[in-house]
Design a protein around this ligand. Sequence first.
Ligand code: ATP
Ligand code: MG
Length: 244
Amino acid sequence: CKQVFKISTGSANLDKLLGGGVESMSITQVFGEAGSGKTQIAHTLCVTTQIPTEDYSGGKVMFIDTERSFRPNRIRQIARRFHLSEDSVLQNILYIRAYNSEHQYQILKNVAVKFHEDTGVFKLLIVDSIIALFRNDFMGRGVLLNRQQKLAETMSLLKKISEEYNVAVFITNQVTTSMNNKFPLLTIGDDVKPVGGNILAHSSTTRVALRKLTGNVRIAKIHDSPELAEQEEAFTITNGGVQD
Ligand code: ATP
Ligand code: MG
């Protein structure tokens, strides 16, 4: 029997916003401008996923990196915050770099095989970012349909993986402003919108918009969820990762 679990983000505020944390058998998407904290949340989750709780055993992490965003030194800092062995925390993160959108898809196919072989070992799959390589590979309007088809395949594979192997899927997405309106967009504010159109929107269970406030403070807001209230919460980015 597959028991749904929730992984803490490291911030009680953010966990509350998410209804307890990042959920298994589900896709959580965060989007926001550069520096809004997407990668920092991903790094913190790499560590918190390994911490068992009363009803969660803890487990390994698969990190698919499309933007060279992974920083082992940040993982070490965050591990120290939670009084964990830096080396063993790093060893429990399987890191894969994707070079183009097709490669990213093939990696996800291999991930499915790996999760099948190592049943119950991996609890979190991160793709940071889900869209970057698609934006590189499919430039301009003429290939938009093709891009959206490939993106849809990728998202349905992610959904299948999350459900079949009971893992949490955490993806990051980018935003564009209305000034640069060449992709299908969803309005979230007056000027900032997530990219990827309907496919990326509707294939994610939970979407969270991030924005910078002042200094290391960030605001997270639930975006258009069928289950969660459209609330906002603040969190901070520190040496120890994401916290209140
Ligand atoms: P992008 O779209 O460029 O990938 P992002 O949303 O992934 O952006 P992050 O890399 O998560 O952005 O966040 C970068 C922010 O985190 C910067 O503002 C940086 O100052 C802050 N930050 C990084 N490390 C630390 C730290 N050790 N302590 C405090 N803040 C930090
Ligand atoms: Mg990033």
